[in-house]
Design a protein around this ligand. Structure first.
Ligand SMILES: [Fe+2]
Length: 322
């Protein structure tokens, strides 16, 4: 078996394609609590208080979707090694390896996974200092992805990217880690491929609750939450951004000791998905928002790409409605 292409150090950032660019850029830089790094007419980069140059890129688009997920690797040499390993696996590169021409700098590469999601590995980005802030996010802590083939998705992210499965929620969700955080990526079995939600880390439960309070003060109420999940043991409160994409405040994710952690399969019962009993079951509205719209990702821009990726999911399954 091939070794993973790289050792992932962190989830750096997420790019979201949004139908409501201007309003969403105002929302995330305003009451959500991020800070604008740069903003143009159709793209914006925003940061949290942590040490990533930016954690969210918003890009104007005709349909909502995932632009890309960017992971940190340690060095340009590791990016180069990842490129060689991708080539050995027959997985084509979309960009790099080399210096990036995007905001934040760095040396990276990009490729697509089995459902067309763009993955970026990036080293040597511009260093930024930590910021102060009152009840605002530190960074992006996890992304949940809807998948039409959860077993293939988990196999790809563990085999190719070296992520580890922390837990399953029956055969409906799989939680994958690349650091001590219980999960940085989770897959949710769904009818089409799309982004389910992006979660932002609040420093403390107090910040988490005061952030929810700030949003409520501005007329934005949670679609689901506040509550606390069983798998991951993290608090949650889910909101819809102006484009209808789901964003989450969270805090206190379980820390995994690689030497002793035992992966378990959680039952999907109310007392385990909402351990405080404060949130109740998710509404049809939040489920609809989390389902999003079918997203072909890179397979839309590069139709020939899918046939080049070993084991790629048929386009008809990724998004029959597209
Ligand atoms: Fe989440």
């Amino acid at each position: 078996m091939n070794e993973p292409i790289a050792r992932l150090r962190a989830l750096r950032s997420v790019e979201l394609r949004t139908v409501a660019f201007a309003d969403s850029a105002d929302f995330y830089s305003g009451i959500w609590g991020l800070r604008t790094v740069e903003r143009d007419t159709d793209v914006a980069w925003l940061r949290g208080t942590g040490t990533q140059h930016h954690i969210l890129q918003l890009t104007e688009a005709e349909r909502n979707g995932l632009g890309r997920i960017t992971f940190a690797v340690a060095t340009p040499a590791e990016v180069d090694a990842a490129a060689r390993r991708l080539e050995a696996r027959g997985i084509p590169l979309l960009a790099g390896p080399g210096p990036t021409d995007t905001v934040g700098g760095g040396y990276g590469l990009r490729f697509a996974d089995l459902e067309g999601r763009v993955i970026e590995l990036l080293a040597d980005t511009f260093a930024v200092p930590r910021l102060g802030g009152d009840a605002v996010p530190v960074g992006v802590t996890h992304v949940v992805l809807n998948t039409v083939d959860i077993d293939a998705a988990v196999a790809f992210y563990t085999d190719v990217l070296g992520m580890r499965v922390s837990d399953w929620s029956e055969h409906q969700m799989a939680f994958l880690r690349c650091t001590t955080d219980h999960h940085s990526i989770a897959f949710n079995k769904a009818s089409w491929t799309s982004v389910n939600h992006v979660a932002y880390q609040m420093p403390t439960v107090d910040d988490f609750m005061r952030g929810i309070g700030r949003l409520r003060h501005h007329g934005v109420v949670p679609m689901w939450g506040p509550g606390k999940h069983g798998p991951g043991d993290n608090t949650f409160s889910y909101f819809a951004d102006p484009g209808g994409l789901v964003c989450e405040y969270t805090n206190g994710i379980a820390q995994v000791d690689e030497d002793s952690w035992l992966c378990r399969v959680w039952r999907r019962v109310p007392e385990l998905s909402d351990t405080w009993g404060t949130a109740g079951p998710p509404s049809k509205d939040v489920r609809t928002h989390m389902a999003g719209v079918p997203d072909l990702g890179a397979f839309e821009q590069f139709p020939e790409l899918r046939a080049q990726i070993p084991g790629a999911v048929p386009v008809s399954e990724i998004g029959a409605a597209v």
